[in-house]
Design a protein around this ligand. Structure first.
Ligand SMILES: [Zn+2]
Length: 473
């Protein structure tokens, strides 16, 4: 029986190999099922070309592909993505990323700072990247002149090294705000600033329930995704690194990132409604904010303008989520008054008599001042229903169709409820929308994904002064 299985596997693999000789890229998926069925398949199938990305978790694949394209993932690390990363591998990834982010080789980065590698720093490694990271103050040994290159890497080590790496690029790492993680006190003393820093900058998130899990191991894919996050999120690099990077004259990959502010509101009320009051911006405050934007010559854009956004000098997006009645009673009069255009992301099941109804929607849409986009049918947590293809499709496709039927205008954008998404959600969103939006993280980088568009949240408590500083002015 066993022999029979093996010869069947061999015959199948040989057939695949033959097919592949003719069409090298046509066959990639089927052999993975063989490796799963028989132990012997693993070495045989390794000879057959397979996509190394198959070893990555689905949530990590988009980000890994993007990181590989940017060129900061060492070639021999482009496999076994879900395995724990070693201390040496993390150093190598760090140095590659630093070269990418600074737009220059590590030799130049060191010499600009008057630094050089110490060849005998450690007794158990002379790896060039480890020595460079050590010289830059990014990493340290494990004691007794050892580095322990093959030692496992933890989340707290990652946070500390990432903060140090960002400091090399000029980020301000002094006194990051307390992350508030419930288990911050279980982290090593030397790691706490790093944990606070990565959270404050949207680079690493917690592990759930407000825990950071400092001692938990860190995988290759988590490391790559994290560095990709910095590349996309690092507004501070654009601001803070400028003086330190004289070579950054338009060729620097991060400084070159253009940003666009996309403001997120919900509803409006002059009096304090009590519960969820942060969602209720005062109409007077909203008016003052819009008057400020007009005075500063911002162009009010909608997602129909997004393709051509680089043609605008100062584009801005004003978005309202959910579809509250006050969008019509409080906000719409201000839009008419000031000639301001906004986007409303509608939860279709909430459109009804007594709330924002279809008459309001059609009137505002016809005015040209309000573009309606989708915020799903029922506002579920999309990742939690992403295993149910039919339900996910209903939330995304039906909501779009129904809004289009009422307004007669194409819906091109989706706002993820609570800003939550995963790769299955993105895959479905791509089928129906050109753009999908999160709810946080600041200005959006135009080089970032059109399905992870960032926004700036405006609350009732946001003062005009804070509003101006959120826009960087
Ligand atoms: Zn919402």
């Amino acid at each position: 029986m066993k022999n029979k299985t093996i010869s069947f596997v061999l015959a199948f693999v040989l057939t695949l190999t033959l097919i592949q000789a003719v069409t090298p890229t046509a066959v990639s998926a089927p052999e993975t099922s063989i490796t799963d069925v028989t132990g012997i398949g693993i070495s045989i199938a390794a000879a057959v070309k397979r996509d190394p990305l198959d070893s990555a978790s689905s949530w990590a694949r988009d980000s890994i592909s993007s990181a590989i394209k940017k060129g900061f993932v060492p070639v021999d690390m482009q496999q076994d993505y879900s395995s724990v990363i070693t201390r040496q591998e993390f150093c190598r990834l760090t140095i590659k990323w630093l070269e990418y982010a600074a737009g220059k080789k590590i030799g130049a980065i060191l010499s600009e700072r008057g630094l050089s590698r110490t060849p005998n720093a450690f007794t158990d490694t002379s790896d060039n990247d480890i020595l460079a990271a050590y010289a830059l103050g990014i990493t340290d040994g494990t004691g007794n002149n050892k580095f322990t290159p093959n030692g496992e890497f933890s989340r707290e080590q990652a946070a500390a090294m990432i903060m140090n790496t960002c400091r090399v690029l000029g980020a301000d790492v002094k006194n990051p705000p307390n992350s508030g993680f419930a288990d911050l006190n279980t982290a090593a003393d030397w790691a706490r600033d790093g944990i606070n820093f990565v959270r404050a900058n949207g680079i690493m998130q917690g592990t759930g329930d407000n825990f950071f899990s400092p001692k938990e191991t860190f995988t290759k894919e988590q490391s790559i995704v994290t560095f990709d996050n910095i590349t996309q999120a690092a507004e501070w690099i654009a601001e803070a690194a400028t003086p330190e990077l004289p070579g950054a004259n338009g060729t620097h990959p991060i400084l070159n990132h253009k940003t666009v502010p996309i403001l997120m509101y919900h509803t409006s009320s002059e009096s304090n409604p009590g519960s969820l009051s942060e969602l209720y911006v005062r109409p007077s405050a909203f008016r003052a904010q819009m008057e400020y934007l007009i005075e500063k010559n911002y162009s009010f854009c909608t997602f129909d303008d997004f393709e051509n956004i680089s043609q605008y000098q100062k584009p801005i997006f004003i978005t309202f989520d959910d579809g509250y009645l006050a969008n019509y009673t409080e906000i719409y009069p201000i839009l008419k008054d000031l000639d301001v255009r906004i986007t409303i992301f509608l939860v279709v099941s909430l459109v009804k008599q007594g709330a924002l109804n279809w008459d309001h929607v059609v009137e505002m849409s016809d005015s040209g001042l309000v573009k309606f986009e989708s915020h799903t049918m029922t506002h579920p947590s999309l990742p939690s229903i992403s295993g149910n293809a039919k339900r996910l499709n209903t939330e995304l496709e039906d909501s779009k169709r129904i809004i289009e039927e009422h307004t007669g205008v194409e819906v091109v954008a989706l706002a993820y409820p609570n800003g939550e998404f995963n790769s299955a959600v993105i895959t479905e969103a791509r089928k129906h929308y050109k753009y999908a939006l999160r709810k946080d993280l600041g200005k959006h980088y135009l080089s970032g994904s059109n399905y992870e568009i960032r926004r700036i949240r405006i609350n009732r408590s946001t003062s005009l002064q804070e509003f101006k500083s959120l826009l960087g002015s």
